[in-house]
Design a protein around this ligand. Structure first.
Ligand code: MG
Length: 372
């Protein structure tokens, strides 16, 4: 992979590949115990690496060959366990339906391996060369996956026979070599083994939480002698919003939309209006703090759309500057910020010019490489 950590510990949107792989089994009602086989130097921090599980979960040191690691894991199983599933930690997409099929295969045949049919044409090329020696018929070829399932006694007997034998590339092979029938069951094309950086990139897209949307609303009374400021732009007028802060309804509504999208509460929780720290606080300053809050939670702002409702004065001459200031604070290009001015057609307090109101919608997308 060319990565500093073993691939099983690389991040998949906030959880390691290993943690994702364990989670499918941890959530399955038929699974009672989980044993994670780790490199010997990692066993001490096993709990931390695996994370919280609802099943009993042990971690043990693996061995030199694959079957030595499997044997170490088997020794850690409680005596009453009679069916064992063995899974690659680098396959984070095994799901409950696949586990169900493997368990059904074990119940029927004692040993079951999930696989998918080979769809591409297969060529045989002798090692070291670049010349195709043959096209291999693919009708009877399957690609083996995990989890592979076995009655415990069948696998243990096969492992005892295979001891000191050839290095098996999967556990089904050990049982096959012992002469026990192994049933192939339908695997899952999505149950990929993460092997290359391209696999990892695709897995991150597949596990991405996707965009989030939030809405916000704010209203302030207009009072004589107060400055009318929207997103840091001073708008000449004889009245301005009353309030503990500067009453910047554009920033306040947008902050609530962003916090709402991130599931991070609201403006009152982060900047309470009885806290002297926020007395006369500038809207753009609070907005910058909200950007930091959602960013720490793993999100970046994708776009924002804001409607300001104000009877007078006309906002049109100031809209462009308001958008530029918002975009600069959000760290996005100006085309991702929209501000529209409306009147309230003379209706209600806003229509009588007694108040200014604003609605906002914000879209957040996952920030690359951040935990959520
Ligand atoms: Mg407000």
């Amino acid at each position: 992979m060319g990565a500093p950590a073993p691939k099983q510990f690389l991040d998949l949107n906030g959880r390691s590949i290993l943690q994702c792989s364990v989670a499918a089994f941890d959530a399955h009602p038929s699974i009672n115990h989980i044993v994670v086989v780790l490199a010997p130097e990692m066993v001490a921090s096993g709990k931390e690496l695996i994370g919280a599980t609802s099943r009993t979960c042990a971690s043990v040191a693996g061995g030199a060959r694959r079957q030595d690691s499997v044997a170490a894991g088997m020794r850690a199983l409680p005596a009453d366990v009679d069916v064992v599933l063995i899974h690659d930690a680098a396959r984070p997409f095994a799901d409950a339906a696949l586990i169900d099929r493997v368990l059904a295969g074990v119940a029927e045949a004692g040993a079951a391996v999930p696989g998918t049919r080979v769809r591409d044409t297969v060529k045989r090329v002798p090692a070291g060369g670049d010349r195709i020696a043959a096209t291999v018929p693919r009708e009877d070829l399957w690609l083996a996956q995990t989890p592979q399932g076995f009655r415990r006694q069948i696998l243990e007997a096969a492992m005892a026979r295979a001891n000191d034998g050839v290095g098996a590339t999967d556990d089904g092979m050990v049982v096959e070599m012992a002469g026990h029938p192994v049933k192939i069951i339908q695997g899952d094309e999505r149950n990929v083994k993460i092997t290359t950086p391209e696999d990892l990139a695709a897995a991150r897209v597949a596990t991405s939480p996707g965009p989030r949307v939030g809405t916000g609303y704010d209203l302030h009374r207009l009072a004589p002698g107060r400055l009318l400021v929207l997103a840091g732009v001073v708008i000449p007028f004889d009245k301005g919003p009353d309030g503990h802060s500067d009453g910047d309804v554009v920033c306040h509504a947008l902050i609530d939309a962003m916090l709402g999208a991130a599931g991070a509460g609201d403006i009152g929780r982060h900047f309470p209006n009885n806290d002297p720290a926020w007395k006369d606080a500038a809207g753009l300053d609070l907005l910058a703090r909200a950007v930091a809050i959602v960013s720490a939670a793993g999100w970046s702002v994708s776009n924002a759309d804001i409607t300001v409702i104000l009877e007078r004065p006309k906002l049109a001459p100031h809209i462009h500057e308001i958008c530029l200031r918002l975009a600069a604070t959000l760290g996005v290009s100006a085309d991702r910020v929209s501000v529209k001015g409306k009147t309230n057609e003379g209706v209600d307090a806003v229509g009588r010019g007694e108040a200014i109101a604003s609605h906002a919608v914000a879209m957040l997308t996952p920030a690359a490489g951040k935990a959520r």
